[in-house]
Write a protein that binds this ligand. Structure first.
Ligand code: SF4
Ligand code: FES
Length: 293
């Protein structure tokens, strides 16, 4: 187990772990943007740079993809590392000056603005981190979007910049985008993935009408042999909030005395369902349910 010394403190690391993983595990903050636990490191944004000791000189490397092989000395909060990260942030702010997420991160890094002019409109509000493209192809298997164009025109787009037939409307791209560029806009019967102008049919909660997902997600899950969206929602077309509410109603009706003491907190319901209420007995939000083995 190699030792990684970060800002003069030693930490144990596994071979193959990245500097970022060791730092995060030990509560040392390094800003990240293009890094996501669901995907392999990609090192596109360079906001996570740190210095490593090369035996007499210090090299600036991206911490999110730098693997630990042997003992390593790292500077996260040296003047040079901080300056390098702030320089990257100033460049990124020129791309996404309006992004609240990026501005929050910039504030935390002590960057108040950017001396650079705003980037061309084609790239506005996108730091080209590639997270949306990668999650769509590598995790969802849809490949509905890709990087297109070169230089100043490089951007994320659907094929021919038209509504994508491959999009299943899962919203993974919007979920991973670190600067909030991608939005899900809910229409009456459709969900629109903006700015890609792609629309897919929407499934709404049978109880309250809230959106619960796209019909295509349901079909894709079924075609892959896994549980469908409807099955995941316990056989009901309810949103999670309504499902929880209905479950609470069932439990309240099933547990005599409405469960205030310890004895009432752990009971078995007919059908083998093992019910354990949480710390706040009687509060439906704290109820956890597990099927008895
Ligand atoms: S749209 Fe968001 S996730 Fe996609 S490349 Fe741009 S910044 Fe990254
Ligand atoms: S988070 Fe490391 S390069 Fe983007």
């Amino acid at each position: 187990m190699p030792t990684v010394t970060i800002d003069e403190k030693p930490y144990r690391a596994d071979v193959g772990e990245t500097i970022l993983e060791v730092a995060q595990r030990n509560g040392i903050w390094i800003p990240t943007l293009c890094h996501h636990q669901a995907l392999e490191p990609y090192a596109a944004c360079r906001i996570c740079v740190v210095e490593i000791d090369r035996g007499g000189w210090w090299q600036v490397v991206t911490s999110c993809n730098y693997p630990i092989r042997r003992a390593l000395t790292v500077r996260v909060n040296s003047e040079r590392a901080i300056r390098a990260r702030r320089g990257v942030m100033e460049l990124l702010l020129a791309r996404c000056p309006e992004s609240p997420q990026l501005r929050r991160l910039a504030n935390r890094m002590g960057v108040e603005g950017t001396p650079y002019p705003h980037i061309a409109a084609a790239q506005e509000n996108c730091i080209l981190c590639n997270l949306c493209v990668r999650v769509c192809s590598e995790r969802i298997g849809a490949s509905a979007i890709s990087m297109v164009g070169r230089g100043g025109d490089r951007t994320v787009a659907t094929p021919f910049r038209m509504s994508s037939e491959d999009c299943i409307g899962c919203g993974a791209c919007a979920a991973v985008c670190p600067v909030g560029t991608i939005d899900l806009i809910f229409h009456e019967d459709e969900v629109e993935i903006s700015p890609f102008e792609t629309r897919v049919t929407l499934r709404r909660c049978a109880e309250c009408g809230r959106p619960v997902g796209s019909e295509l997600v349901n079909e894709v899950l079924a075609s892959r042999g896994g549980p469908t969206l409807v099955e995941m929602l316990a056989g009901d077309a309810y949103c999670l909030r309504c499902k929880r509410k209905k479950l609470a109603e069932r439990l309240t009706a099933a547990v005599p005395g409405n469960g205030s003491g310890r004895a009432a907190q752990e009971r078995s319901l007919p059908g083998g369902t093992n019910v354990q209420t949480g710390l706040h007995a009687g509060n439906p939000r704290s109820i956890r349910v597990g099927e008895a083995g």
